[in-house]
Design a protein around this ligand. Structure first.
Ligand code: URA
Length: 432
């Protein structure tokens, strides 16, 4: 009998070298090629060097929406998927492509829980200059993020919110491929990033997903056009999986809010939930919440009444936090002010430079297994557009040793004679 034509559903007899060669030469791969390649990689029949070669071929040749959706499906099929069917109401999730001072999850998710959504959020750790929600949560005394699936689901059902680590059994193929991409210069492929992110979101089981795609020096995507392309790809994948997805492109040329670190960011999130946080953080959280259907006036009321903070407190307690833990966050022993070298206006606070300075203080990690220091960080007193006089504080460095980080934070600031043109925080909103 003749072989059925290549395409959806054809059981593939895999020749990994042929798949790599075809992508290298710019051909489109079939769903079956992609499914068989990923399955064989997980079985050990495809070697690391072959998977790395395919990633490099994709880096140069790209993947169309159909291929990217097939890759997402193949990644999901490598492990367990969360079943949230027993949880009533709309299950929501969010993802940020990573930034500096990005404590959005710690504000947005309790706010959504207070608004009646069920929040079952699987988060990651910081790597390089970007922070991670799990590290921030673990800076709260007693809090655990390694919740077994049954306990995680029970918590969402009881109090409407849980934030935990992903665990090794959800999309394990992404874990292996990401580690390989990290050491083969193949992270920066829009198709691979979109499939990697969306495989985890879809396996996490949410009905509605909001994506915060950061743009600027502190983000993966330095240009709006790149960020828009990534967002469009992620929306297409979400749609093909039957999820409601929206994406917000937001500025990451300077850190979000004033605090950068772990415990300092938790403190800033708590202040924002009390209605007393930085306006940019509050505005971004309200914009993101609106994308899953929440009403802005009601969200403001939930902040004002303390209902949103109450959900964070309940989550902290459910995950092992000591009573009053949010008021007893660790603070580094040395606090040094960084003075402005000249009078004028702040024309830029380089997010990447601040992120690196904070990581060097010990708040971030170079390798996945490095520990992080919960207590160190930076508090920015001046941001883009603010006036400053020579000698006034630009920022405070929270460190373990005197002098650490001061030069790096000072160098991240640009001061000019005239105020800079305003830069919008929310650059675009894309919906499915
Ligand atoms: N974050 C992910 O989860 N995957 C990528 O590929 C890049 C960033």
């Amino acid at each position: 009998m003749p072989e059925p034509p290549a395409g959806r559903g054809r059981p593939a007899k895999l020749d990994p070298v042929d798949v790599i060669r075809r992508k290298r030469d710019g051909e489109r791969l079939t769903d079956a090629d992609i499914a068989a390649f990923i399955a064989a990689y997980m079985d050990g029949a495809v070697a690391d060097e072959q998977a790395a070669a395919l990633c490099m071929a994709v880096f140069f040749r790209g993947m169309d929406d159909g291929e990217t959706a097939a890759l997402t499906k193949a990644l999901i099929a490598s492990g367990r998927t969360a079943d949230l069917a027993a949880i009533p109401g709309t299950k929501v999730d969010k993802h940020s492509t990573g930034g500096v001072g990005d404590k959005t999850s710690l504000v947005l998710l309790p706010l959504l829980a207070a608004a009646g959504f069920s929040v079952a959020k699987l988060s990651g750790r910081g790597l390089g200059h970007t922070g991670g929600t799990l590290d921030k949560l673990e800076s709260i005394p007693g809090v655990r993020v390694d919740l077994p699936p049954a306990r995680f689901l029970d918590q969402v059902r009881r109090i409407g919110i849980a934030i935990a680590g992903q665990g090794p059994d959800l999309v394990p193929a992404d874990g292996r491929l990401y580690a390989l991409r990290d050491v083969t210069a193949t992270i920066e492929s829009p198709a691979l990033i979109a499939a990697s992110v969306m495989s985890k979101k879809i396996a996490g089981g949410a009905d509605a997903i909001v994506l915060d795609v950061k743009v600027g020096s502190g983000a993966f995507m330095k240009e709006v056009a790149q960020a828009r392309d990534l967002a469009r790809r992620m929306l297409a994948i979400g749609r093909s999986a039957g999820r409601r997805v929206a994406a917000v492109l937001s500025d990451m040329s300077q850190p979000l809010g004033h605090a950068v670190g772990n415990a300092v960011e938790v403190a800033e999130a708590v202040a924002t939930l009390r209605g007393d946080g930085p306006p940019d953080l509050a505005e971004l959280c309200l914009t993101l919440a609106e994308q899953v259907g929440a009403d802005r006036a009601r969200l403001r009321e939930l902040l004002r009444s303390g209902a949103a903070l109450d959900r964070l407190t309940a989550m902290v307690e459910a995950q092992g936090g000591e009573p009053g833990a949010l008021d007893r966050l660790p603070r580094a022993p040395v606090q040094v002010e960084v003075a402005a070298p000249a009078s004028g206006f702040v024309t830029g606070v380089d997010a990447l430079a601040i992120g690196r300075a904070v990581a060097d203080l010990g708040a971030g990690r170079r390798r996945k297994e490095d520990p992080v220091d919960p207590a160190v960080g930076v508090i920015l007193h001046r941001k883009r557009g603010d006036a400053v006089r020579a000698g006034e504080p630009l920022a405070t460095v929270l460190a373990r040793r005197d002098g650490e980080g001061v030069a790096a934070v000072r160098a991240a600031y640009e001061i000019g004679a005239a105020p800079p043109a305003p830069l919008p925080l929310v650059l675009e909103v894309l919906t499915g």
